[in-house]
Design a protein around this ligand. Structure first.
Ligand code: NAP
Length: 284
């Protein structure tokens, strides 16, 4: 069992869970920082610590002596940026050396996808903290594409003919794991993590139809239609903005450029949407 002082957040979720299992499978000891210890994966060599990002005292105590930290961005909520800042400050106070953070493609103060603005602010906070860092700027997860389909088989949103190089969560996770195993060469790096092809939502619908046998179509809403069709969910304005701007970000083509990072860091190319659909485990 390796004694690299490493901490992983989000292991009760998808990306963090895959990272933690990958590391454990390689015999790496790790501290799992989770909100609900009872839900933490049971992994050889891991210790479990109850930490929510806004709890600075718990985070500082759990991170004492940790050299490298994998920080999964928090669940979307109105206070997410404040939670991120508190956790980063705790990591700096605990003496963490290097933080690997899951950011978002084209993170910028004026990003089309509104939540990418918070990712940019988080990146800036990490830079200002003095920690060494690596930013993984994921595009939209291709794991979610099927879930964007309504019960009527229609993907609706103002995405037009825009394209995005959707990336599989599994590819994000194995890239993160490779960096965590040897972070030094990646200090100060910002990587765009993309899949191998940029797809429009009409193409996504066609692939879903061909591979799953379910008829799926794409309907290009106007922005006004997009807000109206989502108004009934009772979501707060920031959430509605995030939902709608997911599609306008696709339309802007900001996630269309392909990045070599997944393959260059892991040696294995990222998977296509079709491969994802045909090789994913069957639902339990
Ligand atoms: N690129 C994209 O398309 C996309 C889409 C959606 C989300 N995201 C972002 O990517 C992140 C990772 O994706 P995922 O698929 O692994 O998400 P996920 O399955 O929802 O897992 C998120 C993990 O983060 C933990 N977490 C959330 N808020 C936290 C907080 N305030 N303090 C401490 N831990 C917290 C969760 O803990 P619990 O189990 O206790 O909830 C969970 O373990 C998400 O959290 C989200 O920020 C990206």
């Amino acid at each position: 069992m390796s004694s690299i002082p490493l901490a992983v957040t989000g292991s009760t979720g998808a990306v963090g869970g895959l990272v933690a299992r990958d590391l454990a499978g390689r015999g790496v000891a790790q501290r799992l920082l989770v909100r609900t210890p009872a839900r933490a994966p049971e992994l050889a060599g891991s210790t479990v610590h109850a930490v929510t990002y806004s709890d600075a005292a718990a985070a500082t105590a759990a991170l004492e002596g940790v050299e490298t930290l994998f920080m999964v961005s928090a669940a979307e909520n109105a206070d997410r940026l404040a939670e991120h800042r508190a956790f980063i400050d705790a990591a700096a106070a605990a003496g963490v050396g290097h933080i690997v953070y899951t950011s978002f493609a084209a993170a910028a103060p004026d990003a089309v996808f509104t939540l990418a603005r918070d990712h940019y602010a988080t990146e800036e906070h990490i830079k200002a903290s003095g920690l060494r860092y690596t930013f993984l700027r994921d595009t939209l997860y291709l794991d979610f594409l099927e879930l964007m389909t309504g019960d009527d088989g229609v993907i609706r949103g103002p995405a037009g003919d825009g394209r995005a190089a959707f990336v599989a969560r599994a590819d994000v996770a194995r890239t993160a794991a490779a960096i965590l195993l040897d972070p030094a060469p990646h200090a100060g790096a910002t990587y765009d993590l993309t899949g191998p092809e940029a797809l429009s939502l009409a193409e996504v619908a066609a692939i879903l139809t061909r591979v799953t046998g379910r008829d799926v179509a794409f309907h290009d809403e106007t922005v006004e239609e997009a807000y109206a069709s989502r108004a009934g969910y009772g979501a707060p304005p920031w959430q509605l903005d995030a939902w709608v701007s997911t599609y306008t970000a696709i339309k802007s083509n900001v996630m269309a450029p392909l990045s070599p990072a997944v393959e260059s860091i892991t040696g294995i190319p990222p998977e296509t949407f079709e491969t994802y659909l045909t090789t994913r485990p069957a639902p339990q």
